[in-house]
Design a protein around this ligand. Structure first.
Ligand SMILES: [Zn+2]
Length: 172
């Protein structure tokens, strides 16, 4: 059985080297919708695959991107310095912040968080099935386990600014 939890965040980016001049040359924002799909084959004591209240760390992770500037780590030093001066909430990403980049990055980060959830209410094994990131109302990217070879980075390569980390309760 698959369960799904939906989140949202608002963030800004530039997608370098894409085809659209609008997207690759201008800072602009999106209202992102993130769907997290979790697979399990056993029901817990409450007849659930996983109680959504156990996903608090996933919510905190998604909130870390909210009202932030999400920047590819290969941006110029000039932009990085300018952003650091005028913006408090910055996420430096080891992959370009396209919908595909977000989906892959969030898949890896959320998979790591799910491993830390305490399964103490009769749950069976839970597996992150996929993460879907809607960048617009009509388009999304969805990352699965089989897409992991596309990622040439680890979770430690994502850098959240101090203002973001100051709000962390669970991710510390
Ligand atoms: Zn965009």
């Amino acid at each position: 059985m698959i369960i799904r939890k939906k989140y949202r965040f608002e963030a800004a980016h530039i997608v370098r080297d894409c085809t659209s001049k609008m997207c690759k040359e201008n800072i602009h924002g999106h209202s992102y919708v993130v769907e997290v799909f979790i697979k399990g084959s056993k029901l817990d004591n409450g007849c659930m695959i996983l109680d959504f209240c156990k996903l608090a760390s996933v919510k905190e992770l998604i909130d870390s991107f909210d009202h932030s500037y999400c920047m590819w780590h290969k941006e110029s030093d000039e932009l990085k310095e300018a952003m650091a001066k005028i913006n408090k909430r910055i996420v430096t990403m080891p992959i370009s912040p396209s919908a595909e980049g977000y989906a892959l990055l969030l898949y890896i980060l959320i998979r790591n968080l799910l491993r830390k959830i305490s399964l103490d209410n009769g749950e069976g094994e839970i597996i992150l099935h996929s993460v879907r990131v809607h960048e617009t109302e009509s388009g999304y990217a969805q990352a699965f386990e089989e897409d992991l070879p596309l990622a040439d980075f680890s979770i430690n390569d994502v850098v959240f600014s101090e203002d973001i980390m100051a709000n962390w309760k669970l991710l510390k």
